[in-house]
Design a protein around this ligand. Sequence first.
Ligand code: COD
Ligand code: ZN
Ligand code: ZN
Length: 344
Amino acid sequence: MCSFISIQIVATGICRTDDHVLKGSFPNIDYPVIPGHEGAGIVESIGEGVTCVKPGEKVIPLCLPQCGECSSCLNPDTNCCLKTHLYESQNLMPDKTSRFTCKGKAIHHFLWISTFSEYTVMPDSAIARIDDDAPLDKVCLFGCGFSTGYGAAINTAKVEPGSTCAVFGLGGVGLSAVMGCKAAGASRIFAIDINKDKFSLAKELGATDCLNPQDFKKPIQEVITEMSNGGVDFAIECIGNVAVMKAALECTMVGWGTCTIVGVALSGQSIPVSPMQLIMGKKINATFFGGWKSVDSVPKLVSDYMAKKFSLDALVTYTLPFDKINDAFDFMYEGKSNRTVLVF
Ligand code: COD
Ligand code: ZN
Ligand code: ZN
């Protein structure tokens, strides 16, 4: 049986995935739907059987549950709880109800979260109880962008001290991957984007070489392979573009290079990988929510942020009232923001 929690959303970031929902390019979405999946808020009320939180406590709703009981939750090597909605249509609560209506008509949920709403309802297996002092307009980024990118480097790629890395795509997710590579001790970090305005912050966060593929006649994978004397140890794709995923694999070192996929490609697309790349000893893997076991890890990430073990403030380009949501999407389309946080 599942128990439910009602949350007052206080702040929410906007992620490119929300735009995929608007454009109809994310799989398994039914409309009308309330997007938003990078939020933080306060428990408004709890349903029967809820023991993990009390009204008034600060929480982050999670796009990936951790039920603590299934074979995945009991396996230390995966965070893909089998109670996740990702294997099915994601638009209703686990009990197949919708908790949103407009003019008497049901509205669908997104990833169970739907943070573009003042109130939302979540199953108790997908809630992180966080520090009472946490600033919700910053730590909302642990709901997606920071956790996904930073964890891709630390948990999935398992970047090693002294290694060479390449991060493709410098949005909120890719910049967090740069921070993860730096924190893991990488000695050289290539940061690749077609928007050169992303480079100054990437350098501040740890990138050593910023490259715009449009500045080169050769494919970017050849440029990086030459600059890194044979290839990088770790490449991380944070765009969701299958051609870039191919380039990311191809710029890794023969024998041991690892390519980690973060971006979800548009429905129906697949990666054109030559088996020779794999036969030559390169590896490819992928991550959802940065490999973190969500309920256990997000409170610890928030505590580490509060203890100033890392900062994510630089990722928040704008903080705006919620009714400026359309401006926030425009900033994303124009490449002017890494993250805009909307506050209710
Ligand atoms: N070459 C280089 N850079 C590119 C290219 C290209 N061909 N195309 C786009 N870029 C750059 C853009 O200029 C931009 O700076 C960056 O790539 C992408 O940034 P954003 O801000 O659009 O995207 P993010 O950082 O918010 O999100 C990226 C994801 C890959 C996470 C997202 O799009 C996605 O696929 N999410 C699903 C995967 C997942 O784990 N989701 C968890 C919940 S979202
Ligand atoms: Zn996201
Ligand atoms: Zn589980």
